[in-house]
Design a protein around this ligand. Structure first.
Ligand SMILES: [Zn+2]
Length: 482
């Protein structure tokens, strides 16, 4: 118990230099008092009463006998200067540790009279069933204080949401008046209630967050997610890594044991403690010696996307599936026997089985070229995309009623699954045309969504350069090791 040592040291310094004679007397007194007063604290919890409580101890508060869960901390404001241990006294304390209760006689009158001296920070750990009301009454705080705090309403909401095992700090003066409450709301914010005169004010202290860049690597053994976890990435980051490449790379085929990845990402710190992982700035997958790299770019409006180091988007221009389907009822087949017409009639698209009314999305940006009934197709929408591409959506139950000729975005809902026209059940008949020729929507090579906008190209290349160099150096380091 360091307080015990400190207290002994105080007595040493006061007496050692000037009046060696008094030492003997004092030691005797100390020992006697130790026996008289110390017994209780000996047999109870070895809960030390810090020197900061010296003065308030004279007027016992309800704290001592009951509050074993209340841990008091030394004064923040009136720290004693560090004192070194005397060899003689340390021998004494090691043989017969003196209870801390002897402290009062060492306190000088000056200290006792100073009003600041009596301010004490107390740290309370919230236990099950412990209300703020209980905390206050155990600390001997006037019951009106809590009522007055609660009039602050929403500002003191964090006080009503104290979590189990949360620690809160309370500053009390010598008369158990509450001066201040402090506790962390989260890693970046501290709740601070301060008495100003007869009233209380709430301040939220923002803890400055700093961002660091970190590089991590992994070689896939077992699952990709467990490897990513071992490399210090969160599950969300691992998912994002897959999402970045998902439209470009078939990860089912790509990710297997031995594949590697390098990731450059940010980490947020508050008070030298990591708060959370931030954004993925750059990511690389290496599959059989082939590297796939993606660099993050945030445009001035705050929208971000990942591009390869040359500025090509990793996003596809088209959705492979324009709806959430339950099964594929019929594949693309130019020599199919039609199930209803019963003769060979090419199936120029894919039939996606889906519940009646399920939303159908535009596969890519484009204009509504057709939105009407089209013979066997029933209610049909045709979208004309950039240049040579067209997509067709048949058997709809109803349209989303977009204007014919209007411009729509990839993923925008254009209609709903139905069975209009020649359809035996609800499904979407979906066709993909390139230069007027039907292609298998499940197999056609989908075009990329293109390059970064020309106005951002230079900014992107400048941002990408150091990240690319970092990825290069990670790979070089690794090859040196092998
Ligand atoms: Zn069909």
């Amino acid at each position: 118990m360091e307080y015990t040592y400190n207290n002994n040291n105080i007595s040493r310094i006061n007496l050692w230099d000037n009046r060696p004679f008094l030492i003997t007397i004092l030691f005797t007194l100390v020992a006697m008092l130790a026996i008289l007063l110390g017994v209780e604290s000996y047999h109870g919890q070895t809960q030390s009463i810090p020197e900061s409580e010296i003065d308030s101890y004279v007027l016992p508060t309800p704290l001592q006998p009951t509050a074993t869960h209340i841990i008091t901390e030394p004064l923040v404001r009136n720290d004693y200067p560090p004192l070194s241990l005397s060899p003689i006294l340390s021998m004494q304390t090691s043989e017969k540790p003196l209870p801390t209760i002897q402290v009062p006689m060492i306190a000088t009158p000056n200290q006792a009279q100073s009003p600041e001296r009596t301010e004490v920070w107390k740290t309370v750990t919230i236990k099950r069933g412990m209300t703020l009301n209980k905390v206050f009454s155990r600390l001997g705080i006037d019951s009106k204080t809590l009522a007055s705090i609660m009039t602050l309403g929403n500002a003191v909401a964090p006080l009503k949401k104290l979590k189990l095992n949360q620690q809160i700090q309370l500053l009390l003066d010598g008369k158990n008046n509450l001066k201040e409450i402090k506790f962390p709301i989260d890693a970046t914010q501290t709740f601070n209630l301060v008495r100003v005169g007869n009233k209380f004010q709430v301040k939220l202290i923002q803890i400055p967050v700093t961002t660091k860049t970190r590089v991590t690597s992994g070689k896939i053994t077992g699952s990709f997610f467990s490897t990513a976890g071992k490399a210090g990435l969160t599950r969300a980051q691992a998912q994002q890594m897959l999402a970045i490449f998902a439209e470009q790379i078939n990860f089912g085929a790509l990710l297997h044991a031995g594949d590697k990845f390098n990731v450059i990402f940010t980490e947020h710190y508050a008070q030298n403690k990591k708060v959370k992982n931030g954004d993925i700035l750059a990511v690389e997958f290496i599959n059989k010696g082939k590297s796939y790299r993606a660099i993050r770019f945030v445009d001035p409006s705050g929208r971000f996307e990942y591009y390869d180091p040359n500025g090509y988007s990793y996003r596809k221009a088209f959705l492979r599936y324009p709806l959430n389907y339950t099964r594929i009822n019929s594949k693309f087949n130019l020599h199919r026997l039609h199930p209803i017409l019963r003769f060979i009639r090419p199936h120029k698209g894919v039939d996606f089985g889906a519940p009646y009314g399920a939303p159908i999305k535009a596969a890519s940006d484009g204009r509504i070229a057709f939105q009407s009934w089209k013979l066997g197709y029933g209610k049909t929408v045709i979208i004309r995309h950039d240049g040579k591409y067209e997509t067709l959506y048949g058997h709809m139950s109803r349209f989303a009623n977009l204007k014919s000729g209007s411009y729509i975005k990839r993923g925008q809902v254009i209609g709903y699954v139905g069975k209009t026209g020649l359809a035996s059940g609800p499904h979407l008949h979906y066709e993909f045309h390139i230069n007027g020729q039907p292609h298998d929507p499940l197999k056609v090579q989908l075009p990329r969504s293109g390059t970064i906008a020309p106005q951002y190209r230079n900014a992107f290349l400048q941002k990408a350069k150091p990240l690319v160099m970092q990825l290069n150096s990670v790979n070089n380091k690794k090859s040196v090791k092998h």
